[in-house]
Design a protein around this ligand. Sequence first.
Ligand SMILES: CC(C)(COP(=O)(O)OP(=O)(O)OC[C@H]1O[C@@H](n2cnc3c(N)ncnc32)[C@H](O)[C@@H]1OP(=O)(O)O)[C@@H](O)C(=O)NCCC(=O)NCCSC(=O)CCC(=O)c1ccccc1C(=O)O
Length: 285
Amino acid sequence: MTKWAAVASLDMSATWTPAAEYDDITYELSGDGIAKLTIDRPDVHNAFRPETIIELMDAFERAREDPDIGVIVLTGAGGQAFCSGGDQRVRGDTGYVESGRAVGRFHVTDLQVQIRRLPKPVIAMVAGWAIGGGHVLHLCCDLTIAADNARFGQTGPKVGSWDGGFGASLMRDLVGTKKAKEIWMLCRQYDAQEALDMGLVNAVVPLDRLEDETVQWAHEILVKSPFAIRLVKSSFHAHEDGYAGIQQLAHDTNLLFYGSDEAREGREAYKAKRDPDFGQFPRRP
Ligand SMILES: CC(C)(COP(=O)(O)OP(=O)(O)OC[C@H]1O[C@@H](n2cnc3c(N)ncnc32)[C@H](O)[C@@H]1OP(=O)(O)O)[C@@H](O)C(=O)NCCC(=O)NCCSC(=O)CCC(=O)c1ccccc1C(=O)O
C-alpha cells in the first residue's frame, strides 16, 4: 500500500513537523502528504505585509516542488483570524511598501495567481476573521473549511480600496452578482453559516474540530488520482481564468501527450535526424 493510500484509513488528526524557517509564517508538514502554511501575525489578525507575501510565495513553491505533498492548507495563527488583508500600517501611496524600499506594490497579486496556478489543491482553513484581502485569499483557494467563529467580508471601500480582479470575479461566480455587489458595496460582515448558505465556503465545523475536518478533507483528496485532481483544478480555471486558465489546461495535456508513442516518435525522429513516421498512428474519429 502506498503512503497516500494508507492515509484514508488513519485517524484524521495530524502531527505537524516544521520544515522551513520564516519570520511571518510557519511551514509544517503532516508527514503523509499535507503541507500547512500559517500566517503567523496574530497581533494584527494575520494582516499581510509584503514580507509575509514573499514568504508565502516561497512556501507555496516549496510545497509545489515537493513530490510528497499532495494538498496544501493555508491558515492563520491564533484562532481569531485567518487573515485581515493588507497591513494598513505599511500601505503607502504606491502600494504596500516592503521594509527598506521606497516604492511599494501589490505583492498579493502574484500570490493570488500562484494559488490558482498551483497544480495541487489548496484548502483555506478559516478560523475567525477572513476580511479584505484576507477574504480574497480564501476565495482564491480551491476549498474553504470554516470554523463556527469565522467571519467573512470585504472592507475595501471603507479603507479606500477594492479588488476588482479575483476579489470581484470569483466572488460573483460563487454568490451571484447582486450578492457580490452587496458584499463589496456595504462592507458587511457575514458569519460562518451565512457564508455556507451563500456558497462562499464548503463546510462549517466547531472551532475545536477545524483542523481535524480540514485534514480529513485533505486525506480524501490524497487517495485520489493526483493527475485527475490536477486536471479537475485546471479544468475549472480554463473557463474562469481566461487565456491563462486555458494555457494551464492545455499544457497539462502536453504533459500527458509527452508520454505517448506518437509524441515520442516526433522527439526520437528529430534526435535521429530522420523524418518522423506519424503514419503509424491512427487519425482518431
Ligand atoms: C478584522 C477586524 C474587523 C477585527 O476587528 P476587532 O476584532 O475589533 O479587532 P481590532 O481591534 O480591530 O484588531 C486587532 C489588532 O489588529 C490590527 N489590525 C487588524 N487588521 C489590520 C490590518 N489589515 N492592518 C493593520 N492592522 C490590523 C488592529 O489595528 C488591532 O491592533 P491594535 O494595535 O490593537 O490597534 C478589524 O481589525 C478590521 O476591520 N481590520 C482591517 C481590515 C481591513 O480593512 N483590511 C485591509 C483591506 S484592503 C486589503 O486587504 C488590501 C488587499 C490588496 O492588497 C489588494 C490587492 C489587489 C487589488 C486591490 C487590493 C486592495 O487594496 O484591496
